[in-house]
Design a protein around this ligand. Structure first.
Ligand code: AKG
Length: 315
């Protein structure tokens, strides 16, 4: 994603955060999980490339977060930081990107790094449960936040094509995992995520334009890095990730995933945290022109990721 973020400097951020709203909404929660992953779950993640560990936010917390995201969608829009993930204009250098104007009512809202500007979202992003699970899945004792997102896929016939997250990240190693938390129940009808099981064992692939599947950066990636294929043609089982609101799905940076059209009459909302193992090496624009330049994050290519934009998440 090359959308620019002008979120500005991190304001004296307190990792313990003001969790009042979110914490208050946890009262009376049942069915929520905070226990560590089991060895069996970690093995399942290794085999499939993704895992559904359970519910991390109560129904009241989900409602609270929906309202937070609604408020932030307005303020990010006003600040010029509300992006449409399926808008080909975000990939101006990709030759065959369809530049037909998109119907704004069919947007796929993509908000970036809300933890930097909002205490309520930050409290959710800094929850220790998913950070601990990420560390377990990455086999590390410390994880950093690479970025957060709020997503809202409006009703539309458009799908998100098969891709892997690592293709878009300025990292020398794919030591990263995405936690995708449903803020609405997801099903095939409203465009639930699809996972190509075992695809993470096939290694790095080229990035694609999310709305068209057109690969790019072929010229700057090693020749061994090829296109994401069609999972079914390759015999990779595809699973529909049907989640209850508040439930999380965690996928490896190398796992191919996609999502179908939202054929319901309401948005399909989610919040996302992308965790990276502490010690992973930053490559910056040398690998992918990310939302922040090397200067902004204060990292030179080859240095371990760190600094104010990539905080350690305590657990
Ligand atoms: O929410 C979706 O439909 C796609 C999101 C995605 O690809 C991701 O979060 O990595």
């Amino acid at each position: 994603m090359r959308a620019r973020s002008d979120a500005g400097a991190v304001q004296g951020h307190d990792p313990t955060g003001d969790a009042t709203g979110l914490a208050a909404a946890a009262n009376g929660a049942d069915g929520m999980r905070t226990s560590p992953l089991t060895a069996e779950e970690i093995t399942t993640f290794y085999e499939k490339g993704y895992l559904r560990p359970g519910k991390v936010f109560s129904d009241d917390q989900v409602e609270f977060l929906r309202n937070v995201v609604q408020r932030l969608t307005r303020t990010e829009d006003e600040a010029g930081r509300r992006y449409d993930l399926l808008d080909p204009a975000l990939w101006p250098d990709v030759d065959d990107a369809d530049d037909a104007p998109r119907d704004p009512s069919q947007s796929f809202d993509f908000l970036f790094n809300l933890w930097l500007t909002d205490d309520d979202f930050r409290a959710a992003v800094f929850n220790p449960t998913t950070a601990r699970w990420a560390a377990q899945l990455l086999g590390t004792t410390s994880v950093r936040l690479l970025e957060d997102n709020a997503l809202n896929k409006s009703p539309s016939p458009h799908d998100v094509r098969w891709h892997q997250d690592y293709s878009y990240w300025p990292l020398a190693q794919p030591n990263a995992v995405t936690a995708w938390i449903a803020l609405d129940d997801t099903s095939r009808q409203n465009g639930a995520m699809l996972m190509a099981c075992g695809s993470h064992h096939l290694g790095e692939r080229l990035p694609v334009v999310f709305g068209t599947g057109t690969p790019y950066l072929r010229e700057s990636r090693p020749a061994t890095v090829t296109e994401v294929g069609d999972p079914e043609e390759l015999g990779l089982p595809v699973e529909v990730v049907e989640l209850a609101a508040g439930e999380v799905s965690m996928h490896s940076a190398l796992t191919w995933h996609a999502s179908g059209p939202n054929l319901s009459d309401r948005g399909r909302r989610a919040m996302v945290m992308r965790y990276v193992a502490d010690g992973t090496v930053w490559l910056g624009a040398q690998r992918y022109e990310y939302n922040y330049t090397d200067e902004e994050v204060g990292l030179a290519p080859g240095e371990p990721i760190g600094g104010r934009y990539f905080p350690v998440i305590p657990f």
